[in-house]
Design a protein around this ligand. Structure first.
Ligand SMILES: NC(=O)c1ccc[n+]([C@@H]2O[C@H](COP(=O)([O-])OP(=O)(O)OC[C@H]3O[C@@H](n4cnc5c(N)ncnc54)[C@H](O)[C@@H]3O)[C@@H](O)[C@H]2O)c1
Length: 325
């Protein structure tokens, strides 16, 4: 029998969720809720969903098996907890929450729940990122010592929820920095400590539009994450240096992953499996986990670690650096 999916929050990313559930075998998107009546209207007319302006009313009336949460982060905890307590599986958009405290509560409820929580860190399902992980796991890089990840872009953020500290919990670092930190965790493991600069340098907004975080991984690898809404998108690069060579991913969205071998001095290209998008893989993975009763690859524990790293980075940014003189 098909699983019934409902979506809370019908803004930008909800289209990927509606399409994701439409394309995944054994799932049918049936309903959507948003406080914005125009968005509800569009979901009804264009997607054929039953529309609601109150998400609780939608849960009561439609009794979905799973819910996608696509609201701004400050609502993630309340909606996730209510769904999990009702036994509804949750695909919650990243970041897990707007605050570390909310994320901790979500993880505690997810631990006890009869339903599954996947946090939509979709880059774990991105072909080039999966290739990076496969190559690192093969051991050819040797001990990793330096990681650099950059997610940058030029976006006007003034009217976006990400420019509002209460709604988003942070700006570029919370939004794209959390993707980068989660990707580090996926590739190389947990992070032990952080330093950071995060500020509002070029746009009129409450949250950061430029941030740089440096850190040390639990295995002793040093890392750097660069994010920004006011930085040319061409400035996007991923590099991991290890004792036996260098891995680079310059075209993040297509690949290839390139490996420079220290012994031979040669570059080798590794093509990536882009036959499915990260979204197609992410949604299919969640349904497999529900069917097989196993924990998703991006779960409460991994997402909570990412949230703690970002919270520590903002604390470090507020603390500032050491004066030179
Ligand atoms: N995985 C990714 O790559 C990716 C990409 C984009 C966004 N996101 C995440 O998805 C989330 C939403 O981002 P977006 O860009 O779609 O934002 P958005 O602002 O475009 O959409 C959010 C929607 O939530 C609605 N909303 C607000 N309060 C609500 C409530 N009480 N009940 C129901 N709906 C409510 C808003 O009206 C709006 O339509 C964020 O957490 C964001 O970080 C993830």
């Amino acid at each position: 029998m098909s699983l019934k999916a409902a979506i809370v929050g019908l803004g930008g990313i909800s289209a990927a969720h509606i399409r994701g559930w439409q394309e995944t075998e054994g799932v049918e998107p049936i309903a959507g809720a948003d406080i914005n009546e125009e968005a509800v209207d569009a979901a009804e007319k264009q997607q054929g969903l039953a529309g609601y302006t109150d998400w609780r009313e939608m849960l009561e009336a439609q009794r979905p098996d799973l819910v996608s949460i696509c609201t701004p982060p400050f609502l993630h905890a309340e909606i996730t907890i209510e769904c999990l307590e009702r036994g509804i599986h949750v695909m919650c958009e990243k970041p897990m929450a707007a605050t570390r405290e909310d994320a901790e509560q979500m993880a505690a409820v997810a631990d006890e729940a009869d339903a599954l929580l996947q946090v939509a860190y979709c880059h774990r399902f991105h072909g080039p990122a999966m290739k990076l992980r496969e190559i690192i796991a093969s051991g050819i890089l040797g001990r990793p010592v330096f990681f650099r990840g950059a997610f940058t872009g030029l976006s006007e953020m003034e009217s976006d929820h990400r420019s509002n500290i209460a709604q988003a919990g942070g700006g570029a670092l919370m939004d794209n920095g959390s993707h980068a930190v989660d990707l580090y965790q996926f590739l190389l493991g947990k992070i032990a400590d952080v330093s950071c600069r995060a500020g509002t340098l070029l746009q009129e907004m409450e949250t950061d539009d430029v941030a740089v975080m440096i850190f040390e991984g639990e295995e002793g690898c040093y890392g750097e994450v660069l994010v920004g809404y006011s930085v040319p998108p061409q400035f996007t690069e991923w590099r991991i240096a290890g004792e036996r060579g260098l891995l680079t991913l310059e075209d993040y969205f297509n690949g290839p992953v390139r490996f420079w071998d220290r012994d031979t001095g040669e570059w080798e290209d590794h093509e990536c499996d882009n036959s499915l998008t990260r979204f197609q893989r992410q949604f299919a993975h969640f349904i497999e986990c529900i069917r097989e009763g196993r924990l998703p690859l991006s779960n409460a524990e991994t997402a909570l670690h990412t949230q703690r790293v970002i919270a520590a980075a903002y604390d470090a940014a507020h603390a500032g650096g050491l004066p030179v003189d």
